[in-house]
Design a protein around this ligand. Structure first.
Ligand code: SAM
Length: 225
């Protein structure tokens, strides 16, 4: 499917023949070499709800607690979490429907020879056709797009069920609620709400915990199967 918007990329600076670090700036911000990835604080006032450094520290605690043997990030964007997981020794998959992000992630993978990070261009509905599952799946800031924009789920139950089908142990959601500006913009008039999300995860998962997010309109939910 053709992406509905251009990728949110400010710059990807490879730095020429002798450079050992690639600088990635945009919706996600980080520096990466063959051996190391460093998250960077949001360099501008744009996107106040998402700071890669702050979120990466939160993500790392959950990741280290759960000790997954496999990891996937849905809506992987510029690939920070996929590369970070791979550098921690866990083979990882990034999924995004926007081919620009997937091509950039693959270019970074090949530039730095990061063999166990892989990237596929697909949507959630199409990803269901493969049977692969991952110990830990992250779904950050994306479910509001799947309701009636980049996909047409229009109901919470099949949407969350399709995510649950791809995980063995746990899913960490970052949920733009209906009170979030973008959550409202992309899902208004559909019945999408945090309350409906919670009712649905109560039915599908054996346990869940709500965790404060970077803004109060975008909490995390860690759901265990
Ligand atoms: C708001 S950004 C969040 C990026 C990243 N998850 C984060 O929080 O840092 C939403 C991402 O989801 C991707 N996306 C939107 N709809 C999608 C779909 N139906 N399938 C896969 N990816 C999608 C976009 O291309 C974009 O990278």
């Amino acid at each position: 499917m053709k992406a509905l918007e251009r990728a949110d990329i400010e710059s990807v600076l490879f730095g020429g023949h002798d450079s050992i670090v690639t600088q990635v700036r945009g919706y996600q911000n980080y520096d990466i070499s063959d051996y190391k990835i460093t998250a960077i604080n949001n360099p501008s006032k744009k996107r106040p709800w998402t700071d890669t450094k702050i979120k990466s520290e939160f993500w790392k605690k959950i990741f280290d607690d759960l000790q997954p043997k496999s990891y996937a990030d849905f809506g992987c964007n510029l690939g920070y979490y996929v590369f970070a997981s791979t550098f921690s020794g866990v083979p990882s998959l990034g999924v995004d429907y926007n081919s620009e992000y997937i091509h950039i992630c693959r270019a970074i993978k090949f530039r730095h020879n990061i063999q166990h990070a892989n990237f596929i261009e697909t949507t959630l509905a199409s990803w269901q056709l493969s049977s692969c599952k991952y110990d830990l799946l992250t779904v950050f800031n994306v479910i509001h797009h799947l309701y009636n924009r980049t996909e047409q789920y229009l109901e919470m139950e099949p949407l969350i069920t399709d995510f649950a089908n791809k995980a063995n142990k746990a899913i960490l959601f970052e949920v733009p609620t209906e009170k979030d500006k973008k959550g409202h913009k992309w899902a208004m008039d559909t019945g999408y709400s945090e309350q409906l999300f919670v009712k649905t995860i109560e039915r599908i998962f054996s346990k869940y915990v709500k965790i404060e997010g970077q803004t109060k309109e975008r909490p995390y939910y860690l759901c265990t199967l």
